[in-house]
Write a protein that binds this ligand. Structure first.
Ligand code: ADP
Length: 166
């Protein structure tokens, strides 16, 4: 059964990620969405929060498994016995970095192949840009799932008065 791993920080998951996952399901029987635990970075959302936002956004898709991992992606792939990594390509700027990563991963794990899917409508969306816009009060609905937009508001504007109160 062809399985692919779609790994990333997903801090938070965006409609761009979801669109790549849905396209990936055309090519793969199953996709493991793997949240990277990176102790060197301070993410906005905890691993648990990121895991839950992904699970909720993809709850209607039985061919998706959500997992998390730390360390090298190739080691995780070996452990899971998966040889394909799925990546999304947005712009030319992504290309150089992705080319290096794909070849580094192949060097570390010879059987590993990276499959790219071209970004579509959400090519301009990135988790970092979403956080930047949301932190300044921008409405990011339409670029992230509704529950994610809500979580972003809670993170950046925790004191916001309830709409129903005076
Ligand atoms: P990283 O932390 O490695 O940058 P991300 O969580 O941001 O990873 O993204 C994981 C994967 O999703 C990467 O392959 C990235 O190129 C892709 N991706 C992110 N945003 C989009 C988007 N808007 N459209 C298509 N692919 C995307």
């Amino acid at each position: 059964m062809p399985i692919a791993i779609y790994a990333g920080s997903f801090d938070p998951i965006t409609n761009g990620h979801i669109s790549i996952i849905r396209s990936g399901l055309v090519a793969f029987e199953k996709i493991i969405v793997a949240v990277l635990i990176n102790p060197g970075k301070t993410p906005l959302f905890s691993v648990d929060e990121r895991f839950k936002m992904i699970s909720d956004a993809l709850s209607n898709e039985p061919r998706i498994e959500v997992d998390c991992f730390d360390g090298l992606l190739v080691d995780y792939a070996r452990r899971r016995n998966v040889q394909v990594v799925l990546r999304g390509l947005r712009a030319v700027a992504d290309f150089e970095h992705e080319l290096k990563m794909a070849n580094m991963n192949r060097h570390l794990y010879q059987e590993m192949e990276t499959v790219f899917i071209m970004a579509n409508d959400y090519f301009y969306v990135s988790s970092s840009l979403i956080k930047e816009a949301a932190s300044l009060g921008g409405d990011v609905l339409g670029m992230v799932p509704k529950a994610v937009a809500q979580k972003l508001r809670e993170k950046f504007f925790p004191q916001e008065p309830c709409q129903n109160k005076e």
